[in-house]
Design a protein around this ligand. Structure first.
Ligand code: ASP
Ligand code: MG
Length: 452
């Protein structure tokens, strides 16, 4: 079989009939796009999540069921209620009703995952119907036949080898006959129970399927025209990046750019499968290719900003026995499961940055009293909040003369709390106050990307 392209469409891209129709045209424009992976229509997963909540009033439950049904029916209506599809959607909707009712009696995680999975079941059935309406031969395929995971409901771990084997058995032959539309986000364990990969998991699904099928490309169609040199809301002259390496894209995601999270495309990276990110609303605008090898590796690729940073400054009290200070400090942090981002040190001080988004799912700060107290036993602790990390991302940053000068001339009017440079060839980071971050990003972008 020739090259297979896997195209994934996110929730907003399959929100309604018109959006689905636009995406179907994108699929049809490329004969190699054999496999389509869809999210649930925009809003549906959130409604399903609400259905899993404890102590849901029956009235609210009925209202949620109605809202979910209405999203599907609006699309069915535009399709003219084709018999088989209408029956399929009705079956899925009644399943949602049954599952949500059984959750009121027994809040079982397996049932929750099966409930969440219905959103993608609906959107894939409808998307296949939209393709058929355009005269294409296409079917919906239940990804649970091939997306084998462990039984960690809510955040299941895919079983890479088994997925590859199941795909070559059950999915690859179908792709030779027609286009197949399948679900992102969901899978099944060995017993056949439905699992989910965690919120936003559809990109991961697409990359996993691409890996299993040895696809030539994965396309992630979303509502932005690819990756930009910086957030266009911060710098109006930010421009789309045509091509970027996996390393640079991973750095960008790490430093807060709202691109694909590197973990989600890891399966594609492993197989050196190129990844495209583009807008399904304006496909003509093109998008960004993320590739293992790129033709151009500029010194400056992008400026990213990550807010909500906390700076922990630790001053050693044991100057005379200074050896072991760092080891002790990091052992304490590790015991408290704190993940440190940046580090700078002097003889008797160490400064670390922590990410607030790392708080636990109940929203508790990672800097617990217990941790601070433990640290205080061997050092003096100072905590600064409301900081932002601005990262210049590119190539050979650490080994190119003049980079620091161009960065520092922009930083002149600002108070820089910390600088990290030299460890990675792909970034130079500065920590500034949250309130100055936008200004710093704009000025850096102007100097590095817009100067003639
Ligand atoms: N529908 C799921 C969610 O909203 C998965 C996804 O969209 O990627 O989280
Ligand atoms: Mg999504």
């Amino acid at each position: 079989m020739s090259a297979i392209v896997v195209a994934k469409f996110g929730g907003t891209s399959v929100a309604d009939y018109q959006s689905m129709s636009r995406c179907a045209d994108i699929v049809l424009a490329n004969p190699d796009t054999r496999l389509v992976v869809v999210s649930a229509s925009s809003g549906v997963t959130n409604l399903l999540v609400e259905l899993t909540q404890a102590q849901l009033e029956d009235e609210r439950r009925q209202q949620l069921l109605k809202e979910i049904a209405s999203i599907q029916y609006k699309i069915l209506d535009k399709l003219g209620y084709p018999d088989n599809v209408a029956a399929r959607i009705d079956k899925l909707l009644s399943r949602i009703g049954v599952l949500s009712e059984s959750l009121t009696l027994n809040r079982n995680k397996a049932i929750m995952d099966e409930l969440l999975a219905q959103g993608e079941q609906c959107s894939s059935a409808l998307f296949a119907a939209v393709l058929r309406e355009k005269g294409e031969s296409a079917s919906a395929f239940d990804v649970r036949q091939v997306m084998r995971t462990d039984s960690h409901f809510g955040r299941a771990e895919p079983q890479i080898e088994q997925i590859a084997e199941l795909c070559s058995q059950h999915l690859a032959p179908l792709l030779e006959q027609q286009r197949i539309v399948t679900q992102g986000f969901i899978g099944a364990d060995e017993q056949g129970s439905t699992t989910t990969l965690g919120r936003g998991g559809s990109d991961y699904s697409a990359a996993l399927l691409a890996e299993a099928l040895k696809a030539s490309a994965v396309e992630i169609w979303t509502d932005v025209a690819g990756i930009y040199t910086t957030d266009p809301r911060l710098a109006p002259n930010a421009s789309p990046i045509k091509e970027i390496s996996f390393n640079e894209a991973a750095e960008m995601a790490t430093f807060g750019a709202k691109v694909l999270h590197p973990a989600t495309i890891l399966p594609a990276v492993r197989q050196k499968i190129q990844v495209f990110v583009g807008s399904s609303i304006a496909p003509e605008k093109g998008g960004t290719w993320i590739r293992h090898q790129v033709s151009d590796e500029p010194i400056y690729r992008a400026v990213a900003v990550r807010r909500d940073q906390t700076l922990l400054n630790l001053h050693s009290l044991q100057m005379l026995h200074a050896q072991g200070f760092l080891a002790e400090t990091f052992a304490t942090l590790a015991r408290h499961k704190i993940s440190v981002d940046l580090i700078t040190t002097s003889e008797v001080n160490v400064s670390l940055t922590l990410d607030k988004t790392g708080s636990d799912s109940a929203g508790n700060s990672l800097l617990s009293e217990a941790l601070l107290q433990e640290l205080s036993q061997h050092c003096r602790v100072r905590v600064e909040e409301n900081l932002a990390l601005v990262a210049i991302i590119g190539n050979k940053i650490a080994t190119t003369a003049g980079v620091c000068r161009r960065v520092f001339e922009v930083l002149e009017p600002h108070n820089v709390r910390m600088i990290c440079q030299g460890a990675s060839p792909h970034n130079l980071c500065v920590l500034v106050s949250e309130s100055e971050a936008a200004q710093v990003v704009r000025a850096l972008h102007e100097n590095l990307f817009e100067a003639a």
